[in-house]
Design a binder for this molecule. Structure first.
Ligand SMILES: Cc1cc2nc3c(=O)[nH]c(=O)nc-3n(C[C@H](O)[C@H](O)[C@H](O)COP(=O)(O)OP(=O)(O)OC[C@H]3O[C@@H](n4cnc5c(N)ncnc54)[C@H](O)[C@@H]3O)c2cc1C
Length: 387
């Protein structure tokens, strides 16, 4: 399948690229060093070029475009700073979840600020004792009349404690304690809800300027109207959320691979070695050619997944393949980029060293590479057990 971009899509891509290269890339080193979500920059991006509005319906203030256009924007942001792209992606993904499954009240009260890029939200699934193994989640919500009490702990939740966090979408078990199969519901928990404590920010290897915290819930009370979708449908909704989240994370990885290639080609043309340029050495050429092939293959898989997600025909297999390939190879490409840059590539002020740290987590988060390979094997008819 080939994906030929329309002129409008190319214009959007260029607009985001120009903004990201002018406003974001020059700050990426400092953002990583400060390790704090850059609220002002996020607000500025959305004032300047309205990235957060791209995939939302016009009735909610959006641009009425699709997953493909959002993926193009994320790719360009990630080419400048994957961490910023990731924070944007999570905010938009939470909004898309509300657009698809939320009630009128959720959409009227919480969606406009996400679409306008004035607020962010989080999706809180992972718990300290269980990430990939979602059946191992133990956070629970118990009902009394029209009120639910949430208790438990969530771990590693992106966007949960920024200055502009509006809500956390929290998964909690709502089936009775003696039920044979547990059912999870998804709750919209507004920022500042009593009984919710956002823990201390994690000290991370990469994605340092993304905002990541544990969430502690101690009898936090929310009304029944805060359930997103139907009671008990939390797993189904999160599954559907993966449709666009996997496209977006593929684009995050792809953008970083492209940045590695950009920097490596430029460096190889400039650096002198053995009486010629580094790029004149065949072993360097081989590394750069490998980076280019992996980047372009990632682009094909990521774009195909996004186009099909928009058409509603993306298969579980295609989404898993895109996520798996783009994220695995972005680590390989970043590693090659460090090699091309030699000792300089190991220095913190050389962008490719940050790329290597940043993209490592894409192989773990949002369904790790092992989980993606299990999905791929299952879709190919092999006997795979997820319980
Ligand atoms: C920076 C950061 C941001 C994050 N943001 C969010 C967020 O916003 N929301 C959220 O809910 N979570 C978030 N996470 C959590 C992330 O999704 C989980 O870390 C991920 O799902 C893996 O879960 P785990 O860490 O519990 O590892 P585990 O599930 O314990 O896995 C450990 C290792 O075992 C492998 N493994 C697990 N099961 C199997 C199996 N059956 N067969 C073979 N191998 C297996 C895994 O691939 C992994 O390599 C974030 C994590 C980080 C680090």
């Amino acid at each position: 399948m080939t994906v030929e971009l329309t002129q409008d899509q190319k214009n959007l891509q260029i607009a985001v690229r120009e903004w990201a290269q002018a406003e974001l890339a020059p700050l990426a080193y400092q953002l990583d060093a400060e390790a704090k979500f850059p609220t002002e920059l996020y607000l500025k991006m959305n004032r300047d070029i309205g990235v957060a509005a791209i995939p939302f319906k016009e009735e909610h203030g959006g641009l009425g475009l699709g997953i493909l256009e959002m993926s193009l924007a994320i790719e360009e942001l990630a080419r400048a700073d994957q961490t910023f792209a990731l924070s944007t992606m999570v905010a938009v993904a939470t909004g898309l979840t509300l657009q698809k499954f939320g009630s009128d009240m959720h959409k009227e009260k919480y969606l406009p600020d996400i679409v306008a890029g004035k607020a962010v939200g989080s999706i809180a699934g992972t718990e300290p004792q269980a990430g990939s193994w979602t059946a191992g989640f133990t956070s629970r919500a118990t009902r009394s009349g029209d009120t639910w009490s949430l208790s438990g702990e969530k771990a590693f939740i992106t966007n949960s404690g920024t200055d502009i966090t509006s809500y956390n979408l929290v998964g909690a078990i709502t089936s009775p304690a003696d039920a044979e199969k547990t059912k999870m519901s998804l709750f919209l928990v507004p920022d500042g809800t009593e009984g919710i404590e956002i823990g201390k920010s994690y000290d991370k290897l990469g994605w340092r300027s993304s905002d990541t915290h544990p969430i502690y819930m101690d009898n936090a009370k929310v009304g029944n109207e805060m359930i997103v979708g139907n009671e008990g449908d939390g797993r189904y909704i999160v599954h559907k959320t993966y449709q666009f989240a996997r496209c977006f994370l593929s684009a995050c990885a792809l953008g970083l691979s492209q940045a590695c290639l950009d920097h490596s080609v430029a460096y190889a043309k400039d650096r002198k070695a053995f009486g010629k340029t580094l790029g004149g050495l065949q072993l360097i050429q081989k590394m750069i050619a490998d980076m280019a092939v992996k980047t372009e293959t990632s682009r094909l898989l990521a774009r195909q997944a996004a186009v099909k997600a928009d058409a509603g025909t993306a298969s579980i297999l295609e989404l898993a393949m895109a996520k798996y390939y783009c994220c695995e190879t972005s680590s390989e490409v970043a590693d090659l980029a460090v090699q091309v840059h030699g000792g300089f590539g190991f220095m913190n002020d050389c962008p490719v060293s940050r790329y290597l740290r940043d993209t490592r987590i894409t192989r773990i988060g949002d369904g790790s590479s092992q989980i993606q390979t299990m999905i791929i094997a299952k879709e190919l008819g092999l006997d795979v057990d997820f319980t």
